[in-house]
Write a protein that binds this ligand. Structure first.
Ligand code: AMP
Length: 552
């Protein structure tokens, strides 16, 4: 039986293998990303067995990048970018310079020409948006101050890379030392000016036309009441703008999608739009990792061990130390500096594009490309480790540092054995906290969102920042001596982890948890919750009660 369906087989084999290996990775407690990358290696041309179509895989990956950048844009308004520009712009520029110098140095040791070293160094200097976003999303840091700095920093890096990609062909002659006719001033300056002009035209177009049309369109579609059309509108806008930007203005898909999202973020519908793109975005992000894995020849580890080690060290230490120093020098706290360092200690999609171009232009030897690819996969695999270390640092700092755990001066001391721990201060937790406060109950809030915690501190409440499920925060909230725990977060399964931990630390504690499905109710009870409130049940009851009142 003949089947010639390369697109279907790439998608299907990619997703199935990624799923199996991702699950296996999860079981042995490492990031599923590693599973996806290994799935890619297995589907790639360097390992025996099935070889997927590399061109198709990289196009699928590109869709993943578009959807991810659209999501970043949705979360990132111009205001936010301007708010972090003071640190993001100089930070990214200095860090790119440091990484590039290190790369040129290594290239020089390996006997490459300066042009090759430059491409190599630049490729090592830019972090992967996909990897960074996944890490920040997993920790719900996207909306926090340090998350915004990390993303702003990355956007500056991406812009620098977009420029590099366009300028490199124009500069290749110069870098190869072919001075003379080909490399006159105008031959270099003209393409540079044209490129900058195109980017500026795109930005202006989006700010003037896109800013009016896109929110209006989405609003209009939302009012049709058709969920299907709304979903379609979100995809059509994100993919359409990205593609149009690339075709008409020659800017990258990623930049186009980012702008589409950014413009939408000013609309009230942005949260809904973000949710609609989630499932597809996740699927394509997985295909992105698979396609990266496919490029890697595992034999490089034995063929070129020392240069590979040096490459990895530049990625994970060279860049991060530089970033750490810069962020601290700007007066930001250590946890912000560490978040930026962990975020940048990897390389990804832009590096792949850059080295391919470098090789095609005859600047970079093949060996340089192989080192960057292998270095990327190793750094992506190691990245979750740095974030785990960061989590530990934050937990320890929150547990010990008086600045974050101590009640503000006007708070009352806790009556022994009397306090309540509240997890989550959103729509539900916020109302709960107000009621407890009105009753004068002593309470400690654990909340994941840094900014929210800062607001709580300002309001004179005791609050700890971080994920209650993932660290020692429950201990820091003195759960062992608490009278009650209220888990007011929307995810009942994540809540189950918190409940189980709390129960292990305090057998007599009264635990009340929030759920949105029968499965979550069962899960929370199984883990030790005394009372589980099913949100939808309560809404229904309140509605019924109201209609009863109206009739009577
Ligand atoms: P809402 O659904 O509006 O009540 O918001 C839930 C709140 O809980 C948000 O502010 C989240 O940041 C917070 N949250 C969600 N999961 C956790 C967690 N595991 N630990 C601490 N806070 C959380």
């Amino acid at each position: 039986m003949e089947h010639n369906t390369p697109l279907i087989s790439t998608v299907v084999v990619g997703l199935v293998l990624a799923f199996l290996l991702g699950l296996a990775a999860h079981r042995i407690r490492i990031s599923p990303l590693v599973g996806y990358l290994v799935a890619g290696v297995l589907m790639g041309p360097f390992t025996p067995g099935y070889v997927a179509n590399q061109n198709i895989a990289s196009e699928l990956a590109e869709i993943g990048i578009i959807l991810l950048m659209f999501g970043v844009g949705l979360h990132f308004s111009l205001k936010d970018l301007l708010a972090v520009k003071a640190i993001a712009i100089p930070g990214a520029v200095v860090q790119i310079a440091v990484a590039t110098v290190l790369g040129v140095g290594l290239g020089w040791l390996l006997g490459w020409p300066t042009g090759g070293g430059l491409v190599f160094g630049l490729a090592l200097s830019v972090a992967s948006t996909v990897v960074l976003l996944r890490a920040l999303q997993d920790r719900r840091l996207v909306d926090s101050e340090r998350g915004r700095i990390a993303i702003g920093w990355l956007i500056v890096e991406d812009l620098a890379m977009v420029l590099t990609l366009v300028l490199l062909p124009a500069l290749a002659g110069l870098l190869k030392g072919e001075a003379g006719d080909g490399a006159s001033w105008t031959a270099v300056a003209l393409p540079v000016a044209i490129t900058l002009g195109k980017v500026a035209a795109f930005v202006a177009f989006m700010l003037i036309v896109g800013r009016r049309v896109i929110p209006w369109l989405l609003h209009y579609v939302a009012h049709t009441g058709s969920r299907e059309l709304f979903r379609l509108a979100v995809f059509a806008i994100s993919l359409g703008v990205a593609f149009g930007a690339a075709m008409l203005f020659d800017v990258s898909f990623a930049l186009g999608a980012f702008f589409a999202g950014m413009i939408l973020s000013e609309s009230e519908l942005s949260q809904r739009a973000a949710n609609e793109t989630l499932p597809l975005r996740d699927a394509f992000a997985v295909l992105f990792f698979v396609s990266v894995g496919m490029l890697v020849d595992p034999a490089i580890i034995v063929r070129d061990p020392l240069p590979l080690l040096a490459t990895v060290l530049i990625i994970i230490f060279g860049k991060s130390l530089a970033a750490f120093a810069i962020v601290r020098a700007f007066g930001h706290p250590t946890r912000t500096a560490l978040t930026i360092s962990a975020s940048l200690a990897q390389i990804g999609e832009f590096s792949f594009i850059l080295v391919s171009l470098g090789v095609a232009l005859g600047l970079l030897p093949d060996r340089g490309r192989d080192l960057v690819l292998a270095g990327a996969i190793i750094s992506i695999m190691l990245n979750p480790l740095f974030f785990a270390l960061l989590d530990r640092f934050v937990a320890v700092a929150d547990g010990k540092s008086p600045a974050t755990t101590e009640p503000p001066s006007d708070a009352q001391p806790a009556p022994p054995g009397g306090h309540v721990v509240l997890v989550g201060h959103g729509r539900v937790g916020g109302t709960v906290a107000a009621a407890l406060r009105a009753e004068g109950l002593d309470m400690v809030i654990i909340e994941d969102d840094d900014d929210e915690v800062a607001r709580l501190h300002k309001a004179g409440l005791k609050a700890l920042s971080g994920n209650a499920a993932a660290s020692d925060l429950l201990e820091a909230a003195d759960i062992a001596n608490a009278r009650g725990l209220l888990v007011a977060i929307p995810d009942g399964f994540e809540g189950g982890q918190i409940v189980a931990k709390a129960r292990a630390l305090n057998a007599t504690l009264t635990i009340v948890a929030r759920a949105h499905s029968e499965e979550e109710v069962a899960h929370l009870k199984h883990n030790g919750a005394d009372v589980v409130i099913l949100g939808e049940d309560e809404i229904a009851r309140a509605m019924v009660a109201r209609i009863g009142v109206a009739k009577g």
